[in-house]
Design a protein around this ligand. Sequence first.
Ligand SMILES: *[C@@H]1O[C@H](CO)[C@@H](O)[C@H](O)[C@H]1NC(C)=O
Ligand SMILES: *[C@@H]1O[C@H](CO)[C@@H](O)[C@H](O)[C@H]1NC(C)=O
Ligand SMILES: *[C@@H]1O[C@H](CO)[C@@H](O)[C@H](O)[C@H]1NC(C)=O
Ligand SMILES: *[C@@H]1O[C@H](CO)[C@@H](O)[C@H](O)[C@H]1NC(C)=O
Ligand SMILES: *[C@@H]1O[C@H](CO)[C@@H](O)[C@H](O)[C@H]1NC(C)=O
Length: 444
Amino acid sequence: MNRKKGMGMLKGSGWPLLMLMMLSVGKMAASSEEEECENRWIHIRKLPSRFNLDLLANCSEYPMLDDLCPYLGNHGLGQKTHNRSRSWYRTDPSMLELVFHRRMLEYPCLTQDPLRAKAIYLPYYAGLDALRYLYGSESNFSALHGLHLFHFLHQDNPQIWARHMAHDHFLVMARPAWDFSQPLTNDPPFWGTSFLELPQFFNLTALTLEARAWPWQEHAVPYPTSFHPLNLGLLDSWITRARRSKRSILALFAGGGGGGGSSSPNIRRSIRSECENATSDPSYEKLCEIVDCSNGVCEHDPVRFMRPMLQASFCLQPPGDTPTRRSTFDSILAGCIPVFFEDLSAKSQYGWHLPENEFEDFSVFIPKEEVVFKGLRILNVLQRIPRSKVRSLRQRVLALIPNVLYRKHDSSPGLKAKKDAFDLAIDGTLDKIRSRVQELHSVI
Ligand SMILES: *[C@@H]1O[C@H](CO)[C@@H](O)[C@H](O)[C@H]1NC(C)=O
Ligand SMILES: *[C@@H]1O[C@H](CO)[C@@H](O)[C@H](O)[C@H]1NC(C)=O
Ligand SMILES: *[C@@H]1O[C@H](CO)[C@@H](O)[C@H](O)[C@H]1NC(C)=O
Ligand SMILES: *[C@@H]1O[C@H](CO)[C@@H](O)[C@H](O)[C@H]1NC(C)=O
Ligand SMILES: *[C@@H]1O[C@H](CO)[C@@H](O)[C@H](O)[C@H]1NC(C)=O
């Protein structure tokens, strides 16, 4: 029943008004849920704990990695940065699988009935399960990653998978897609598992931290940052702080690489040499600053880079081992305008969260080839941007903050009413699945 009909019932009826109002309020609540959830119902597939919670028990089993156990706390947000912190956590981005699962449990349009659902969520911690192939004892069997899941889905209620041939299924894989896309024919195996190369999984949608250049299954979602506010007040006071912060540094690079070692030219090396040789500019206390994050020292210590980012106008986001960086999202949170050196770093990745056609309104693009091979100076480019343009870029960056943060689970209703990175990922996934399923049935 829709809202208009509900109101219509009030007219000319002899029922006591209070009762009518109660009835009508009840109906309106139910009907507004129906309306809100129409085309948005999601079913969480029940998986045995070996596909999720059991994997957490091995958090310290991978000697090549940090001990991951401290980052499991608070449903994957990690420990608070310090006891009195309200919104800041030592978040490891690879815990997005847990964070997402926890948020799915409070998604308002869950259904127990898979036939009613527009999408089926698989609470499989794919990236955590990949660790034994990437870093553990099963590195020679990386083509097997995920097959146990496939077998389970085929044995237990196979009709759920079969209904749309898995075109309506999705999961989170909290690593770059490169880590899951090793061709099956590689022998001996090189880096990565073959999850996304298996024909068994061609039809599902995977939310990754970085997508390949021509993705089919996957779509990139923001790396989790360390900021997970619980209510609107905490979010607004952070945005106010970022807006008012004095920007005394023109350009900041927080990261590693580009030092000593290899002598081949690359963008991080160019940034280092330019930054070390920077002269002065009357409008800034410092033209350029580097926060040295070598050896992962910044990863779980956000204060190291958030303080400087609050003081900088521009934050340089060069590609590293892969094109994307968590730092892009940290800098947006800080109101520091991101500077990209290739489109794969964000523009062709995060279209659900950072609108592709608005990049020039909130970021600066300097092609890396121009810098590395043609001597273009990054600082000169940035110095030439007029102050008024810098202000409008920053306004747009600040407006993007809600899009890129993952709020804490169980937040206040006021904050829930704003779409965060999780909500936008769900919107994008539902759209993608809708068009896939339509296509599937129109072909048949
Ligand atoms: C955890 O590690 C142990 C020993 O390496 C292994 O036998 C077990 O299968 C692992 N558990 C999971 C759920 O991967
Ligand atoms: C922080 O809280 C924990 C547990 O409540 C306590 O054990 C620890 O001593 C506290 N640390 C500081 C620095 O207050
Ligand atoms: C993987 O296979 C190679 C070559 O067969 C072998 O040398 C290596 O020890 C194997 N690695 C593991 C972890 O079993
Ligand atoms: C994937 O979908 C196609 C149709 O689009 C279908 O032919 C194929 O069997 C599906 N694969 C799996 C593993 O369900
Ligand atoms: C920056 O200074 C270093 C020495 O400190 C020098 O080797 C390098 O060529 C300079 N780079 C530029 C771009 O001027």
